[in-house]
Design a protein around this ligand. Structure first.
Ligand SMILES: *[C@@H]1O[C@H](CO)[C@@H](O)[C@H](O)[C@H]1NC(C)=O
Ligand SMILES: *[C@@H]1O[C@H](CO)[C@@H](O)[C@H](O)[C@H]1NC(C)=O
Ligand SMILES: *[C@@H]1O[C@H](CO)[C@@H](O)[C@H](O)[C@H]1NC(C)=O
Ligand SMILES: *[C@@H]1O[C@H](CO)[C@@H](O)[C@H](O)[C@H]1NC(C)=O
Ligand SMILES: *[C@@H]1O[C@H](CO)[C@@H](O)[C@H](O)[C@H]1NC(C)=O
Ligand SMILES: *[C@@H]1O[C@H](CO)[C@@H](O)[C@H](O)[C@H]1NC(C)=O
Ligand SMILES: *[C@@H]1O[C@H](CO)[C@@H](O)[C@H](O)[C@H]1NC(C)=O
Ligand SMILES: *[C@@H]1O[C@H](CO)[C@@H](O)[C@H](O)[C@H]1NC(C)=O
Ligand SMILES: *[C@@H]1O[C@H](CO)[C@@H](O)[C@H](O)[C@H]1NC(C)=O
Ligand SMILES: *[C@@H]1O[C@H](CO)[C@@H](O)[C@H](O)[C@H]1NC(C)=O
Ligand SMILES: *[C@@H]1O[C@H](CO)[C@@H](O)[C@H](O)[C@H]1NC(C)=O
Ligand SMILES: *[C@@H]1O[C@H](CO)[C@@H](O)[C@H](O)[C@H]1NC(C)=O
Length: 743
């Protein structure tokens, strides 16, 4: 389970806010009353010389919407250093008190003998968003005794956070965040040791903001945070690999506003059960092992603007008091064990824009209230046990654009939509009845529509979708619908379609509009009554194509190169199948139950390691002694799990190389004209659980041992010459073993 994209956007937004706050208070206000001293100027010039200027070093600034430019380009000898970009001086003493080089394109290592550490009067040091090439943070950082703001975030420092950072007893804000643990496989990572953390907690008595995202804290005791300063306003411990129980008192600190603990899967904790009354504005404990119930006292957090508890182990009901949090803009509670109903008090949250409670065990219906959620744009209630009819506000809501009610038990009709902002509608797997509302044809912003697995009925003209030019996902399968193509000669194209599932929709003609969807990746038209011949597949990049159980006839066209799943099982295709040879990495190939004939092409051997299922059952493959044989090359298939060549006219003998298909679980060669012996090599197929060679012309002893002791008589019947267990016919000792008889 991962964060939703929305969640990341929010996270970025929040980060942005926090950086904005840091930046705005640091805007340099230098004064010319006192020139910067020569030694400070020289120290800065020496520092500058350590780095090359490389825009890539600050590429993450744009993501966070921070302007990036090479500030040190303005650093020139002969100009008062107090006027240089990023430098501010004390207007009485002329000492450099602030160095803000965030997003300055600096690239290079920062050695511990750098002249930077001579700037002993610094009150602010911001080196964020540069590339210090895995430099260690020097213990000399402890020399900045006056430092109040230290920001080394997102700058590719690595190694242990030096203990000396705890000497900075005047620090008000500390930001050492890195992307480290957040984005897998990104090295390097800063590591925080227990002693350093204890020092920070004990000594930084004025600290308000601490951001330690992505720092490896797997060895610290989360309890150590318990004694953090009462002044604490922000604490970010996202993705720190914290293990153990997080101290509850932090959630109740008198000044705490911003707390992110997310993405620490081994961090346990509870939210306060009573008297919770902090000024929290944002709380994120997503993807942790926090558990327990949310108490009604959460309603005391009047300043709460965002609450994200995605993928924890919370249970119990959703507190009614959440409806009191009038400043709440997002509420994310998905992937927990919440039960009970959706409190109707929530509908009065006037600021709520995003509500996500999917993947819980909620029951009952969606609260009805004509003015529900006046600012809602995103509603995801999928994967619950919700039921009843859908309230009319869903269809008239003026700002809703994402609506997911999938995998519930909603019933009744889908109403007509009276707004046109929706870009995502998912009603799949409910018990909706009646027809598809015609107003769908006016939802021009729609990207995603899934109404599959309901009880919708009626006849729908595919023209209904002709104006939905942004549609990328269309799924109507498993209803009682009849989809018909228009009679009009007007053709339409949906150029962005990537995923289409119109299985079981009573379609009897290949939908013309699909031919123009050039970026189609997945198409399921199975279980329809599509007839006629297909001459060519018009989609270059398609990966999944399921046409099984239709009335398609004629030859098999050349298959698109990148296809991984292809099924035309149970159609009326005839002729040879050399068209499959164009596939590069097929995984599933099912041509069973057709009238295909000719030889099994040797190219199947070149599918090498990718193919896991090959089903050619019930066709008319045949051939002479050589061409009709099962391709020897099948010995190269290392991932094949099922091979069904039954009910053909195959002749020749079973190749011993099949014994090399070590992943094979099912092998069906029944009802052919195979002769010779069953190769002993097949005993090596230790995963084989289904084996059928009945109704062939096989002779000689049945291999014994391993999986072969599990197959019954049925696997062998209809072969006159087989002997040995499980058959009661004994083999004569003179039974020849080698060479296998050829026919
Ligand atoms: C800038 O940094 C990137 C990434 O480290 C590197 O690939 C590129 O060569 C550098 N450009 C220059 C001009 O040094
Ligand atoms: C010096 O800076 C302080 C704030 O840092 C400001 O209040 C004061 O007016 C400045 N004095 C002069 C002479 O610029
Ligand atoms: C810093 O140390 C390196 C060797 O580690 C040395 O080459 C360099 O000259 C030193 N720089 C200064 C400013 O002392
Ligand atoms: C606190 O900081 C002072 C210097 O400011 C240092 O001497 C002392 O060791 C620090 N105490 C702890 C517990 O880190
Ligand atoms: C927190 O401070 C209290 C009192 O100063 C002390 O008894 C306790 O051990 C400290 N807890 C931790 C985890 O440092
Ligand atoms: C709610 O938000 C408004 C506007 O941002 C703010 O003025 C007000 O103080 C907030 N209410 C609380 C209880 O924080
Ligand atoms: C989740 O909480 C339940 C009790 O509500 C507990 O039995 C279960 O072990 C917890 N699961 C995890 C993964 O922590
Ligand atoms: C359909 O939804 C129910 C919950 O209502 C769920 O249990 C079931 O797994 C879903 N079926 C599919 C195929 O997703
Ligand atoms: C389709 O999507 C594009 C890009 O997201 C957007 O600019 C455009 O307005 C959309 N078109 C319609 C008809 O909604
Ligand atoms: C659709 O199903 C309902 C019952 O669920 C039935 O009354 C109605 O006649 C059906 N409509 C069509 C067009 O089959
Ligand atoms: C099985 O595979 C090995 C290695 O790929 C090969 O040397 C051997 O000839 C194969 N056995 C048969 C019977 O094809
Ligand atoms: C089974 O495989 C082993 C090695 O994987 C091989 O040595 C042996 O000859 C094989 N047995 C048969 C009967 O093919």
């Amino acid at each position: 389970m991962r964060h939703s994209p929305i969640f990341y956007q929010l996270l970025c937004f929040l980060l942005f806010l926090s950086y904005q706050a840091t930046l705005s208070s640091s805007s340099s206000s230098s004064s010319a009353t006192q020139l910067c001293s020569h030694d400070q100027s020289a120290a800065l010039i020496q520092f500058k010389a350590l780095f090359s200027i490389n825009k890539t070093a600050s590429k993450d600034c744009e993501i966070n919407d921070i302007r990036s430019y090479p500030k040190t380009n303005s650093w020139k000898e002969g100009i008062d250093c107090c006027l240089w970009d990023g430098v501010s001086c004390d207007n009485i003493t002329g000492q450099v008190i602030s160095l803000d080089l965030s997003c300055s394109w600096l690239s290079g290592t920062l050695p511990s003998n750098s002249s930077l550490f001579l700037l002993s009067h610094l009150q602010r040091l911001d080196l964020s968003f540069n590339d210090f090439k895995k430099s260690k943070i020097s213990s000399k950082v402890g020399l900045f005794a006056s430092l109040r703001h230290l920001d080394l975030s997102h700058s590719w420092f690595s190694g242990r956070v030096p203990y000396e950072i705890s000497y900075l007893s005047k620090l008000v804000s500390l930001d050492l965040s890195s992307f480290g643990l957040l984005s897998a496989a990104v090295e390097p990572v800063l590591k925080l040791e227990q002693s350093t953390l204890s020092g920070i907690v004990r000594n930084l008595t004025e600290v308000r903001d601490i951001f330690l995202e992505g720092i490896d804290m797997s060895l610290v005791d989360p309890n150590s945070f318990m004694n953090l300063s009462y002044s604490l306003t922000s604490l970010s411990l996202t993705s720190c690999d914290l293990r153990g129980t997080f101290p509850e008192n932090i959630l109740n600190l008198p000044n705490i506003k911003y707390l992110t603990l997310d993405s620490n899967p081994s961090l346990t904790g509870q939210l306060p059960k009573s008297n919770w009354g902090s000024p929290l504005e944002f709380l994120d404990a997503s993807l942790t092992s926090f558990s327990g119930e949310l108490s009604e006292s959460i309603g005391n957090l009047k300043s709460l603007q965002g609450l994200s508890l995605i993928g924890c182990n919370f249970s119990g009901s959703i507190p009614r008091s959440l409806g009191n949090l009038s400043n709440l803009t997002f509420l994310f509670l998905p992937y927990n064990n919440f039960s009970g109903t959706i409190p109707s008090s929530l509908t009065s949250l006037t600021q709520l824009g995003l509500l996500q409670i999917c993947n819980n065990r909620l029951e009952g219906s969606i609260p009805d209230n004509p003015n529900a959620f006046p600012n809602l744009s995103f509603l995801d209630l999928s994967d619950n046990l919700l039921s009843g009819t859908t309230p009319s506000w869903l269809y008239t809501h003026p700002s809703l654009n994402f609506l997911n009610l999938g995998n519930n038990q909603f019933s009744g009709h889908i109403n007509e939509f009276q707004q046109s902002f929706l870009d995502y509608i998912n009603f799949k797997n409910n018990t909706f009845q009646g027809t598809i509302p015609s107003s769908i044809s006016k939802l021009v912003n729609l990207r995603f529509l899934d109404l599959s697995s309901n009880s919708l009925n009626g006849t729908i003209s595919l023209d209904m979708f002709s104006k939905l030019q942004n549609l990328t996902w269309l799924e109507l399968s498993s209803n009682a619908l009849s989809l018909i193509s228009s009679n009009s000669s007007v053709n339409f194209v949906l150029p962005n379609l990537e995923y289409v599932n119109l299985s079981s929709c009573n379609i009897n003609e290949f939908p013309n509009f699909l031919k123009g969807s050039k970026v189609l990746k997945s198409l399921d038209l199975s279980n329809n009554r599509i007839y006629g011949q297909i001459y060519k597949f018009p989609w270059k990049d398609i990966e999944f194509l399921d046409l099984h159980s239709n009335l398609i006839e004629g030859d098999l066209p050349i298959l698109p190169h990148n296809i991984r799943f292809f099924s035309v099982s149970s159609n009326h295709l005839a002729g040879e199948i050399s068209g499959v040879c164009s596939m590069k990495f097929p995984e599933i190939l099912d041509l069973s139950h057709n009238n295909l004939s000719g030889i099994i092409p040797q190219c199947i051997g070149s599918f090498g390691k990718s193919l896991s299922l090959l089903n050619l059952k019930k066709n008319k493959f045949h051939g002479n002694n050589f061409e009709g044989q099962i391709p020897r090359v099948t010995g190269e298939f290392s991932s094949l799990r099922a091979l069904d060549l039954s009910h053909n006219n195959l002749v020749g003998h079973i190749p011993p190389s099949l014994g090399n298909l070590t992943q094979l679980e099912s092998l069906d060669l029944s009802s052919n004209k195979l002769g010779g012996q069953i190769p002993r090599e097949l005993v090596n197929l230790t995963l084989l659980s289904f084996f059928n060679v009945s109704n062939n012309q096989l002779v000689g002893p049945i291999p014994q041992g391993k999986q072969f002791s599990t197959f019954g008589n049925g696997s062998y019947e209809g072969n006159k010459g087989l002997c040995g267990p499980p058959l009661s016919i004994r083999c004569s000792s003179a039974e020849p073993r080698q060479p296998p008889p050829s026919i």
